[in-house]
Design a protein around this ligand. Structure first.
Ligand code: DAH
Length: 345
């Protein structure tokens, strides 16, 4: 009893009790707050006890002790009140709502790597004066093949593994038909970039998928040369891959261009030394291009003696896979969130 009396009248004990109360209040779930109020501030509460003991106290110690006890009660009350307010209800917390639980994480969406890559490519060409256009994914044989100078039974059609639809319709196998649609609508100068989807009935594996994206570009005007084509592709490559990139132009064949070329970029991963990504070649093919064949102009009413032009078509998946070191094209179509979350553009 004596020990208890001594303890009860010690100011340090008041402060320590208040501190313990504050810690417990801070850590408590809202549902526990009422019990803590009873424990410390109730009629028989531990803080209340300091105040009820005042009457029996030596008058010259009473003032200082009473003040300490009042301060302690005020602090404990304030702490309880602020926890209750934070819990959303001054009356003691809503049932089932625990403001002390950690928040739920949200996952804000980002652009798909293909969308992002296509937008970046288009914006580089837009800065060079190309205007954006598009065409339908469902095309006719005429726009996809015939007007692009693929003869009816030409083996070049086999390269394209076409998905045929009802009647004359098909899923476009490349974005080149946008050339024909644009030329028929406009007169030179025409300087257009056309991003979009293409479809091919190919076996699906790490390198090819039944659909993919291309960015088509073309420029027809007076006196457009192969040198202009090289200049614009070099400018694109430097803007997209960086100042150290190298380009290699290989002779090739497309029915709608003459001469035709396929263009490789130096492998960014090994800087051209040779690695698994570039199959130890040091180079990666990213596009086809060439000077537009006069046979194409015949379909759209342009005079090949008056105008000339170039065209190119690049594979967006290819470019994205290079840039982001993606080793399987199917990852771009499965939309596994664990894959997509790695891109924060
Ligand atoms: N359309 C071709 C393909 O998908 C790529 C291409 C080659 C586009 C040459 C062009 C070009 O505009 O001039 O394989």
């Amino acid at each position: 009893m004596l020990r208890l009396f001594l303890t009860m009248t010690n100011i340090e004990t008041v402060e320590r009790t208040a501190q313990v109360a504050l810690d417990e209040i801070r850590q408590a779930a809202p549902s526990e707050l009422d019990a803590l109020r009873v424990k410390y501030l109730g009629r028989k509460g531990l803080v209340t006890a300091f105040l009820t003991g005042l009457g029996a106290m030596d008058p010259d110690r009473r003032a200082a002790f009473g003040k300490a006890a009042n301060v302690a009660r005020g602090r404990v009350e304030a702490a309880l009140q602020s926890r209750l307010t934070e819990a959303g209800s001054p009356a003691g917390g809503r049932p089932g709502f625990d403001a002390s639980l950690p928040g739920r994480r949200t996952y804000p969406g980002t652009r798909h790597p293909i969308t992002h890559t296509m937008e970046e490519i288009v914006s580089i060409f837009a800065r060079m004066g190309f205007v954006v256009a598009d065409g339908p994914d469902v095309e006719t044989d005429y726009y996809n093949f015939e007007a692009l100078n693929f003869p009816p039974d030409h083996p070049a059609r086999d390269m394209q593994d076409t998905f045929f639809l009802d009647g004359d319709l098909l899923l476009r196998t490349h974005t080149s038909p946008v050339q024909i649609r644009s030329f028929k609508k406009r007169q030179p100068p025409v300087k257009i970039v056309a991003p979009g989807r293409s479809y091919r009935s190919e076996a699906i594996n790490a390198r090819s998928y039944c659909l993919f994206h291309q960015v088509e570009g073309f420029y027809v005007d007076r006196d457009v040369t192969f040198g202009d084509l090289k200049g614009v592709l070099w400018a694109f490559a430097r803007a997209y891959f960086g100042a150290d990139v190298q380009l290699r132009f290989r002779p090739s064949f497309f029915p709608f261009t003459e001469p035709s070329t396929e263009v490789d970029v130096s492998c960014y991963l090994c800087a051209g030394k040779g690695c698994g990504l570039c199959k130890y070649e040091g180079w990666l093919e990213i596009l086809g291009a060439g000077m537009i064949d006069p046979a194409v102009y015949a379909h759209v009413g342009y005079d090949p003696d008056e105008v000339s032009g170039y065209a190119f078509g690049m594979g967006v998946e290819r470019i994205a896979m290079l840039r982001y070191r993606i080793d399987d094209i199917r990852l771009l179509y499965e939309n596994d969130v664990r894959f997509l979350q790695q891109f924060t553009f």
